[in-house]
Design a protein around this ligand. Structure first.
Ligand code: GLC
Length: 808
C-alpha cells in the first residue's frame, strides 16, 4: 500500500493519504527551539530540552498516538459544519475530505479540500528564533460566498518539566494562568515562579511563559482555558467552542490552558485569505510584542521561510546523486542526510517515542553521529567532537551521557563498574572521518581537557582510549565487557569478555598506528602494532567457532554465540566487525559472511542474533526481556545494517551489499507501507524480524545510530566516495548491472562533479580516473589535483587499480 511519494526536486515527502499506518512525523526548529509535527499536525514543542523545556504538550503513547498538536479548526458559520485543516483531529470521511501533507526541511505543509474550501497550513520556526509560525491560507473553490470561522488550538504544558507536568498534578494544575494581553495576543505564565528557581537544569532556568498572537485578521474571540474550549466532556474531535461556534474568551486560572485564537474569514467565490499564528516562548508583553512587531507580516514570514529553506538545502546539497535506483536517490539526496542532521541535533531525546527522558548526549551514539554529518556541517561536527572528547575521563573511559550542564575538568570519576567498554572506541571511526573530510590534520594536535582532570591532544585522547581497554582485559586476553558493550543488553559481568570490543580495539590500534606514522611517531606505531598482534593471537585462539566468530565470553566462562547452544547461536556484530576491523582471515571472512546470509538475513534486514533468547538468564542477556524477534532479541536492529553493507563491500560483493541495503532501506517500503508501517522516508531503530509475529514492522523512527550508518555506508562505501587524509578515494562497490552513477559532492569547500562509469558491469574496481580531462592511475585523487568545480570521471572495469585505503 502506498500513502505518498518522494518529491526530490522540492526536497519533500508528500503524504497523499492522511490515514497512514502510524503517525508520520517531521521536525521543525533548532536545538534552541524544537518541535515535532506529524502528518495530522499532531506533536509538541520544546525549548532547549525535550524533557526540561517542554512547553507544548503531547500525550505520549495515547490514542491516536499524536495528539494534541497544532490545530486549526474551521467552521462554516452558516451550515454549522466544521472540520480541521489537517484530517485529524476532526477526521471527516476520506471520501469527502482530501488532504496532502508535505514534510520538508524543517517545515511541514498540510493542504486540505472539503466542501468547496481549500486550506493550506504551513508550520515552521524561523532560523535562530524561539517562536513558530502557523500560517493558514483558505480558498473558496465553490460558487457561493462563504462565512468561515477559524480557531487555533494547542495545549501548553503547565510545567516545562514534562514529568512534573503530566504526573505531579497536585502541583502542576494550580499554577497556570492565561489571559488576553493585547487585542491580538494571549499571554500564558506560571503564577508561582519559586519552583523553577530550584530546578537543577540551569540551561532552562527561564521564566516559563508563552504567548500566542494572531496576524492578518482581528481576533474575534479566544480561549486560554482548555476546559472552556474543549468542554468538560468534549474532545479534540468535537471541541465545545467549535460546536457552539464561538469561544468564550476564557482566562485560564489553574487546571489547564490552551492556545485558541478565533478569526472570521469571509470568502467570495475564488477568493483566498491568509491569517497566521505566531507562537513563542517568553512574556507576551515583552518577547511576544517584539516578535509580532518584527515578524508579524506575511512579507517577513515569507522571507523567513526562504531563508530557512536556503539554509537547509545548502547543507543537503553537500552530497547528491543520480543512481539507477530511485530509493537510493531519495535517501542520498535528502532523507538520509536530513535524518542524520536531526539525529545529530536531538540525539535520542525528542520524538513520538522519546519523551525527553534521554536528555543530553548519549556517549557512544553521539560519537557515531559524527560520521553522518561531517561533510554537511563540519564546524558543528568539530565542536561536538571536542565536547565528546572532553567527556572522556583521564583514564580513557567515558561518561555515559554528557548532560547539558556538563563542564570539562569538573566531573567526578564514575564507579569502575559503570563504564561501558565501547564508548571511546568509536573515536577511531569518527575522528579520522572528520579529519579526512576537512583536511584538518592538525586536529590530532588540538589540546582538549578530560572530563575529570588534565588535558591532552586529541592524539593523546585516542591513546588513552586504547589503554582503557588494554588495561581491562579478561582472562583470555580480550577486552572486558564492563557494564555493556555496544549492546546494552549484554551483561557478561565486569570481567566477561566482549569480542565486539576486541574487534573495535583492533581497528583502533590499526588506526592509531597509521596516525602515529603520519605524525612521525614510529615508536607509538610499533607499540600499537605489537599490541594488535597479541590481540589477534588471542582472537584466533579462542573466538573462531568453525563457521563464525563467537559473541562473547561471560565472567563464568560461558561462551555466547556458539553452535552448541540453542539461543543466540550466532551474533551479527562480531561477524561483520571481524571484517571491518581486518581481524578475519580471507577464509574466515567468506565463511562468516556466508553464515550471516544463511542464518541472519531476512527480507527486511539482518537480524542481530538468532535464534532469540527465551530461557537465558536475564543477568547475562537482558535482551530476554524483549519479545522474540524484536530489538536486541533477534530483531533487526537497524543501527547495525550499515555494518553488514560495509562488510560485504569489503568482501567485494556489491550485489549482496545492495540486497542488504535495499532490504532495510525505508524508501524500499514506500509502495508497501503496510509492512513497515513507519515513515518510508526515515529510519527506525528496530524492525520486527521473522522470529516475531509481525515481521517487517518498524519502530522508533528518526533518532537512531541507524541514520548515520545507513547514510555513511551508502555514500562512502557503496558509492565509495571516501575522503582520505590526502585525497579523495573513489572506490564504489555497486550492483554489477548498474551502468554507473553521478554524484555532486562538497569536499573541503570544493564542489565536485563526479561520474562513475561501469561499461563492463563489474561490482567493484576502478581502472582509471580523469580529473578535468587529466588521467591518473590511482583510485585516490590527490587533494592538490582538485579545485572547485572539478569534473571527475572514474571508469570501473576488470583491470582494477589497487586501493590504498587509508582509513575506515
Ligand atoms: C540503542 C542505544 C545504543 C545501543 C543500542 C544497542 O540504540 O541507543 O546506545 O548501542 O541500543 O543496545
Amino acid at each position: 500500500m502506498q500513502y505518498g511519494y518522494f518529491d526530490d526536486e522540492a526536497k519533500e515527502y508528500v503524504i497523499t493519504r492522511p490515514d497512514t499506518p502510524t503517525s508520520w512525523s517531521n521536525y521543525l526548529g533548532s536545538t534552541e527551539y524544537g518541535a515535532v509535527i506529524t502528518n495530522n499536525a499532531g506533536g509538541y514543542g520544546f525549548y532547549k530540552s525535550g524533557a526540561q523545556g517542554r512547553f507544548m504538550r503531547l500525550r505520549f503513547n495515547s490514542i491516536p498516538m499524536d495528539q494534541p498538536g497544532r490545530y486549526f479548526y474551521l467552521r462554516d458559520m452558516e451550515s454549522g459544519d466544521y472540520w480541521s485543516a489537517s484530517w485529524q483531529p476532526v477526521g471527516k470521511p476520506l471520501d469527502k475530505f482530501k488532504s496532502e501533507c508535505r514534510h520538508g526541511t524543517a517545515y511541514t505543509k498540510i493542504t486540505s479540500e472539503y466542501e468547496g474550501i481549500k486550506s493550506e497550513t504551513k508550520y515552521y520556526v524561523p532560523l535562530g528564533q524561539t517562536f513558530e509560525y502557523w500560517r493558514l491560507k483558505v480558498t473558496n473553490t465553490g460558487s457561493k460566498k462563504r462565512k468561515l470561522r477559524a480557531f487555533s488550538y494547542c495545549e501548553f504544558s503547565n510545567q516545562w518539566n514534562t514529568t512534573q507536568d503530566q504526573v505531579n498534578l497536585q502541583y502542576s494544575i494550580f499554577i497556570v494562568k492565561g489571559e488576553k494581553s493585547a487585542p491580538n495576543m494571549l499571554r500564558y505564565s506560571i503564577h508561582e515562579n519559586l519552583y523553577i528557581q530550584h530546578q537543577k537544569n540551569p540551561a532552562i532556568n527561564d521564566y516559563m511563559s508563552e504567548w500566542i498572537a494572531l496576524a492578518g485578521a482581528p481576533m474575534t474571540g479566544f480561549d486560554t482555558s482548555r476546559e472552556a474550549f474543549i468542554g468538560t466532556y468534549g474532545n479534540y474531535k468535537e471541541p465545545a467552542a467549535v460546536l457552539k461556534g464561538e469561544c468564550s474568551n476564557s482566562e485560564a486560572f489553574g487546571d489547564n490552558s490552551c492556545g485558541t485564537v478565533q478569526a472570521d474569514i469571509e470568502l467570495n467565490p475564488g477568493e483566498t485569505k491568509e491569517i497566521m499564528v505566531l507562537l513563542g516562548i517568553g512574556d507576551a508583553n515583552v518577547e511576544g510584542k517584539k516578535t509580532v512587531e518584527e515578524f508579524g507580516t506575511f512579507e517577513r514570514a515569507d522571507q523567513e521561510f526562504e531563508k530557512l529553506i536556503k539554509n537547509w538545502h545548502s547543507k543537503l546539497n553537500s552530497f547528491s546523486a543520480v543512481t539507477p535506483d530511485e530509493d537510493i536517490n531519495h535517501t542520498v539526496n535528502m532523507w538520509g542526510l536530513y535524518n542524520c542532521l536531526i539525529t545529530f541535533a536531538w540525539s535520542r531525546a525528542a520524538s513520538l517515542v522519546y519523551n525527553g527522558e534521554r536528555d543530553g548526549l548519549g556517549y557512544r551514539d553521539s560519537v557515531q553521529d559524527i560520521l553522518g554529518v561531517s561533510a554537511a556541517i563540519p564546524q558543528e561536527a568539530e565542536e561536538r567532537l571536542v565536547r565528546l572528547l572532553s567527556g572522556q575521563f583521564s583514564n580513557g573511559g567515558a561518561l555515559p551521557v554528557i548532560s547539558k550542564d556538563f563542564e570539562a575538568g569538573k566531573q567526578k570519576m564514575i564507579p569502575a563498574e559503570k563504564f561501558r567498554s565501547d564508548d571511546c572506541q568509536w573515536f577511531f571511526n569518527a575522528v579520522p572521518c572528520f579529519v579526512a573530510e576537512t583536511g584538518n590534520f592538525d586536529f590530532f594536535n588540538r589540546v582538549v581537557p578530560y572530563a575529570d582532570k588534565g588535558e591532552d591532544t586529541v592524539y593523546g585522547h585516542l591513546k588513552q582510549a586504547l589503554l582503557f581497554n588494554l588495561e581491562r582485559m579478561g582472562k583470555d586476553g580480550l577486552p572486558c565487557g564492563l557494564l555493556a558493550d555496544w549492546n546494552d543488553c549484554l551483561k557478561l559481568g565486569y570481567h566477561g569478555e566482549s569480542l565486539f570490543v576486541a574487534f573495535q580495539l583492533r581497528l583502533g590500534l590499526t588506526t592509531y598506528a597509521d596516525i602515529s606514522k603520519r605524525l612521525g611517531k614510529n615508536d607509538e606505531a610499533d607499540w600499537a602494532l605489537s599490541e594488535r598482534k597479541k590481540l589477534d593471537e588471542n582472537i584466533q585462539k579462542k573466538c573462531w567457532d568453525g563457521k563464525w566468530f563467537i559473541w562473547a565470553i561471560a565472567e563464568d566462562g560461558t561462551v555466547y554465540g556458539t553452535q552448541s547452544i540453542e539461543e543466540g547461536q550466532i551474533y551479527f556484530n562480531t561477524q561483520v566487525w571481524s571484517v571491518l576491523s581486518g581481524a578475519a582471515t580471507p577464509e574466515q571472512m567468506k565463511t562468516c559472511l556466508e553464515s550471516v546470509k544463511e542464518k541472519l538475513a531476512t527480507p527486511y534486514g539482518l537480524m542481530l542474533c538468532a535464534p532469540p533468547f527465551i530461557y537465558a538468564s536475564r543477568d547475562i542477556m537482558s535482551s530476554v526481556v524483549y519479545l522474540p524477534g524484536i530489538k536486541e532479541n533477534a530483531g533487526i536492529f537497524n543501527h547495525t545494517q550499515g555494518w553488514g553493507i560495509i562488510a560485504e563491500i569489503m568482501n567485494g560483493n556489491g550485489d549482496r551489499a545492495y540486497e542488504y541495503c535495499k532490504a532495510a532501506l525505508p524508501a524500499t517500503y514506500n509502495t508497501k507501507a503496510e509492512i513497515r508501517q513507519s515513515e518510508p522516508y526515515v529510519i527506525g531503530q528496530t524492525t520486527y524480524s521473522t522470529y516475531s509475529k509481525r515481521p517487517g514492522n518498524t519502530r522508533v523512527s528518526w533518532l537512531s545510530g541507524a541514520a548515520t550508518w545507513n547514510y555513511y555506508s551508502i555514500t562512502q562505501y557503496m558509492l565509495g566516495i571516501r575522503p582520505q587524509y590526502n585525497g579523495l578515494l573513489i572506490d564504489p562497490c555497486i550492483k554489477h548491472d548498474w551502468d554507473g552513477f553521478k554524484v555532486e559532492r562538497r569536499w573541503r569547500k570544493m564542489n565536485l562533479h563526479i561520474e562513475v562509469k561501469n561499461p563492463s558491469h563489474v561490482s567493484k574496481g576502478i581502472e582509471y580516473i580523469e580529473i578535468d580531462g587529466k588521467r591518473i592511475d590511482s583510485s585516490t585523487i590527490p587533494a592538490e589535483l582538485l579545485k572547485d568545480g572539478s569534473t571527475i570521471i572514474a571508469v570501473m572495469g576488470k583491470n582494477a587499480l589497487p586501493v590504498e585505503n587509508e582509513r575506515m
